[in-house]
Write a protein that binds this ligand. Structure first.
Ligand code: FES
Length: 153
């Protein structure tokens, strides 16, 4: 049912924990299964002076698929620019894990949307206006909802 990569990230999740002095924190949850996710980011600069995700960690009360997708998401996101991070989708994470069973695809919403929420929180904490294109990519609450059939499947 699960790919080897999913099982490996589930058994040895990367970047678990909090960043005490995080520059941005994203919290997303699912009202049906009760799974919760916190994403912590540190923002630095690359050689071009662009703001990048210099560190990303996660903490979750979630299922195995949520743990594996969050672990993979942190690995993919580290070193990316904020724009690239905002453009990361649950599909990118699932592809990097060699796929997820269709019934568990919704679980990867938490990781991608948590990252987006953390980046938006960074702008908020800095009192900086969020670029319009970034607002369009902001997490939408309805996307976290599971149908009864797929919840915790
Ligand atoms: S995130 Fe809800 S069951 Fe996996």
């Amino acid at each position: 049912m699960y790919s080897e990569k999913v099982m490996e990230h589930f058994k040895n999740p990367r970047n678990v924990g909090e960043i005490p002095d995080a520059d941005g924190i994203g919290q997303v949850g699912n009202p049906v299964c009760g799974d919760l996710m916190w994403i912590y980011i540190k923002v630095g600069k690359n050689a071009k002076g662009e703001e990048i995700l210099s560190d990303v960690k996660f903490k979750t009360f979630g299922c195995g698929a949520a743990i594996a997708t969050s672990s993979m998401m942190t690995e993919l996101a580290k070193g990316k620019t904020l724009e690239e991070g905002m453009k990361m989708t649950r599909g990118d994470v699932a592809t990097a894990l060699d796929g997820l069973p269709p019934v568990k695809m919704h679980c990867s919403n938490l990781a991608a949307d948590g990252l987006h929420a953390a980046i938006l929180d960074y702008f908020k904490k800095q009192n900086r206006p969020v670029p319009e294109w970034m607002q369009k990519l902001a997490p939408k609450e309805e996307e976290h909802e599971h149908s009864e059939a797929e919840a915790c499947g």
